[in-house]
Design a binder for this molecule. Sequence first.
Ligand code: FPP
Length: 241
Amino acid sequence: MENNPAHVAIIMDGNGRWAKARGLPRIRGHQVGADRVEEIMRIAPEYGVRYLTLYAFSKENWQRPKDEVQFLMGLLSDYLDHKLEELNRNNVVFNTIGRISDMPQLIQEKIARNTEATKNNTGLVTTFAFSYSSRLEIADACRRIAREVQAGRLDAESVDEQTIQDRLYTANLPDPDLLIRTSGEMRISNFLLWQISYSELYVTDKCWPEFTREEFEKAVRDFQKRERRFGLTAAPLRKTS
Ligand code: FPP
């Protein structure tokens, strides 16, 4: 397969709507959503994907009803325990971005354990965004730069794009080639604002619990047809007559 997206980022939306449309509680949507996370992680390397970045919990999501937040934390906690063996079996590197210090203590420990246990794997790098806000990420990077300038370790005049890039949570990741959003909303929702400057966007009406291999494949095929220009001029129009 040619022209594969090396880095795919996904805004996994529509768990609640999927459940509601079936007369199920919202939490059922999150459960089935977790199955899709597993499936996409398993199959993504078959499509040439080397980095997968998933928006699992935003900084704003803390404002959801307490029961739902609690359920999501429980689901995540179980996931971190039960999937570690599979991550290693599949050679996956477990990585996170976001304000991990906002997460419950036990989850922080499990995140640290899984990160450490998979750091020498050489396959798919899966990055989960937890308590993530892109604006906050950029503010955090600015604060670090200001401190370094103040301490005399960095010259203010030398601050450029790379200086910022190197201080984002994603410093060790390439920019996404393809950003997928499920459930139809045409929004970025404070996700990877800096990093998606030249990413191709793909929005599907399917809700996240319906985002199976078939849907993922459609997104990849669509990406393969795109002409990426990175701000350069378009190829000249071909004469039709
Ligand atoms: C968006 O659906 C989804 C979330 C806020 C949570 C994402 C979580 C998962 C996909 C499952 C858990 C993941 C792991 C790693 C175990 P929504 O609730 O905003 O849906 P709605 O917009 O239809 O209400």
